[in-house]
Design a protein around this ligand. Structure first.
Ligand code: DCP
Ligand code: MG
Length: 357
């Protein structure tokens, strides 16, 4: 008998997460187009959509869309402000179910997690476990999720997105390249609109185009091109929990009206401080770097960061730095948005390991 060295990776992503949590606690919302995000104010609101229920997506509404556009597409939708503590609590419940399996896990956002299921011994056992997880999560939280299983993180992540909501997609090693081939290049995590354009100008639209385009990729992107070629084939050596956890914790707020008022700015910053600190405490992380972002009227954006010498979870450190950095960024122009980010995070269980590098 040969030793099984091939990995089996699972990626789980909750379905329309914020919207589903709201619909779970309010059964009257079932089947309705629910949109979580900024207040649309009858179409004049600012800010963006955080997420939309699958019913709302039929109208073309999606995450990160300006709320005014969402309102134009779906004026009859039910618009709700985000309730982050509730989503964080639901996320913790889901994580507890996943951790209870005992397999290595890596939470990568509020609603997605990787598990390394290699030790189950095979895809059939992994599938049984995945079905069990789906029913446990549903029983525990009332929420549905979509799961992908494959030989690497990249395949598992693309597979979990393949059939949503409530999907389960299993792609064994030998099927990975063929599964990926017809999909658009954007499905590869890390390929954003800019890279997509660049690839398109080289005549590459599908992942299959990347699979057969190593030379072009090397010419355009050098070493990065080789990495992209591997990902296109479903080859991705990165390990679950290898660099686990979030790389940063950030929040931002867009003002109703651009403002230069120091009190409004400070009060908003204080909300952001409380919000990022709550997440930091829940995750039991410590940080070293605080970054403040300011977008001025006219979309010019500036950031300023400061790192402290030792990891800390002290809210006073966040507060002192955040307000000082914000003051440094104040200019004659009015401000449209401010943001706050904690980075250089350290997870408690991993001792002195520095994340995010
Ligand atoms: N989110 C956000 N802003 C974004 C994207 C997401 O605030 N631009 C929040 C709201 C989502 C949650 O993060 O509910 C999880 O993000 P996903 O990308 O997984 O989106 P959903 O879970 O909402 O939908 P899907 O069923 O497509 O996973
Ligand atoms: Mg999701």
């Amino acid at each position: 008998m040969t030793v099984e060295t091939k990995r089996i990776i699972l990626h789980l992503d909750m379905d329309s997460f914020y919207a589903s949590v709201e619909m779970q606690r309010r059964p009257d919302l079932a089947g309705k187009p629910v949109i979580i995000g900024a207040d649309p104010k009858g179409g004049t609101g600012r800010g963006v959509v955080a997420t939309a229920s699958y019913e709302a997506r039929k109208y073309g509404v999606h995450s990160a869309m300006p709320i005014s556009k969402a309102y134009a597409l779906c004026p009859g939708g039910i618009y709700l402000p985000p309730d982050f503590p509730r989503y964080a609590a639901a996320s913790s419940e889901v994580m507890a179910v996943l951790r209870a399996t005992g397999f290595p896990s890596e939470q990568v956002s509020i609603d997605e997690t990787f598990l390394d299921l290699t030790a189950t011994g095979g895809y059939r056992q992994a599938e049984t476990l995945a079905r069990d997880l789906k029913s446990k999560i549903r029983a525990q939280t009332g929420l549905t999720c979509s799961i992908g299983i494959g030989p690497s993180k990249v395949v598992a992540k693309i597979a979990s997105d393949y059939r949503k909501p409530d999907g389960l997609t299993i792609i064994p090693d030998q099927e990975a390249a063929a599964f990926l081939a017809p999909l658009p290049v954007r499905k590869i995590p890390g390929i954003g609109p800019k890279t997509e354009k660049e690839l398109e100008s080289a005549g590459m639209r599908t992942i299959g185009d990347l699979q057969s385009g190593l030379e072009v990729l090397l010419g355009r992107f050098g070493k990065g091109g080789a990495a992209l070629h591997s990902l296109a084939l479903g080859i991705d050596g990165s390990e679950v929990a290898g660099r686990g956890g979030p790389r940063s914790i950030s929040r931002e707020t867009t003002f109703e009206q651009d403002t230069g008022d120091p009190e409004t700015l400070a009060a908003t910053m204080e909300e952001l401080i409380l919000d990022v600190h709550r997440t930091l405490a829940e995750e039991k992380y410590r940080f070293r770097t605080v970054t403040v972002k300011v977008r001025y009227t006219g979309f010019i954006t500036k950031t300023k960061a400061h790192s402290v010498q030792h990891y800390t979870d002290d809210i006073r450190t966040i507060r002192t730095l955040a307000h000082a950095l914000l003051r440094d960024l104040l200019a004659d122009r009015k401000i449209r948005l401010i943001g706050l980010r904690l980075s250089d995070l350290e997870a408690p269980a991993r001792g002195q390991t520095t994340l995010g590098i």
